[in-house]
Design a protein. Structure first.
Length: 145
C-alpha cells in the first residue's frame, strides 16, 4: 500500500507544559511544571529559584513560534496535530469564575491557524495544577494531590 486510507490522521504531537514556554506570558498562572527542573517525577521546588534551569520556562517557545512550526508540519503533509491546552493558561489560579481571555485567544488563534493549514486539531488538557494546590504536608513530606 503506497497511500494512507481515506480519513487516516497523519500528524505530530506536543504537550503544552513541555513545549509552549512563555511560562509567565499573557496571564498564565503557575503550574507544577514551572517548578520542576528535571521533568515531572523529579524534584519539585517550592518556587522558581533564580538562576536555576527549568526546561519548560522557554521550552521550544511554541507559544510564540507555532505559526512557523505548523507551516513546517503542513509541508510534511500532516493533516492533524495533537496538542494540549494548559489549564493554568485558561484558569491561572484554578478557581476563577471567568477564564483568562488572553489564554483563550492563544488557543483560538492556534486552532484557526491549524484549520487554515488543513490540519485537524486533536486536543487534550494539561492539568498540572498550580504548585500551592499540588501538595499537602504529611509526616513523610509533601504528597501530590
Amino acid at each position: 500500500m503506497s497511500v494512507f486510507p481515506k480519513g487516516f490522521l497523519w500528524g505530530g504531537a506536543i504537550a503544552a507544559n513541555q513545549a509552549e514556554g512563555a511560562w509567565q506570558t499573557d496571564g498564565k498562572g503557575p503550574s507544577i511544571s514551572d517548578v520542576t527542573p528535571h521533568g515531572l517525577g523529579g524534584e519539585i521546588d517550592k518556587k522558581p529559584i533564580p538562576g536555576k534551569y527549568y526546561p519548560n520556562h522557554e521550552a521550544i517557545d511554541f507559544y510564540h513560534r507555532y505559526q512557523g512550526d505548523l507551516q513546517y508540519m503542513q509541508e510534511m503533509g500532516f493533516n492533524c496535530f495533537r496538542t494540549s491546552i494548559a489549564w493554568s493558561r485558561i484558569f491561572p489560579d484554578g478557581e476563577e469564575a471567568e477564564p483568562n481571555e488572553a489564554g483563550l485567544k492563544y488557543y483560538d488563534d492556534l486552532f484557526t491557524t491549524m484549520h487554515k493549514l488543513g490540519m485537524e486539531p486533536v486536543v487534550t488538557i494539561s492539568t498540572t495544577r498550580p504548585r500551592w494546590r499540588c501538595t499537602i504536608s504529611t509526616a513523610a513530606g509533601p504528597t501530590a494531590t
